[in-house]
Design a protein. Sequence first.
Length: 102
Amino acid sequence: MSARTDAEASRNQAVTGITPDTLRVKLVEKLEAQHVQIEDLSGGCGQMFEAIIVSPQFAKKTTLARHRLVNGTLKDEIAAIHAWTPKCFTPEEWEKKKVETS
């Protein structure tokens, strides 16, 4: 559900209270995330997010286990939005990825 106007986008965010910042804060607090980058892909209505999350808690976990950990942490928020796409990395994986892309 994409907002048709800026006013509609503001109302949607006011109703859910979900913003990239609220998601970031919770991920840092609950998962000890060292880096969280969240992009609102919905045009500002707060209904579709993509995230890069770097946490030492992802060590020795499969991709599925990492996603379950994140989704469990953001259970209420995910229920209120349309789409959520996390990309989860350990600090070591993230450093390697940054080197590969530079």
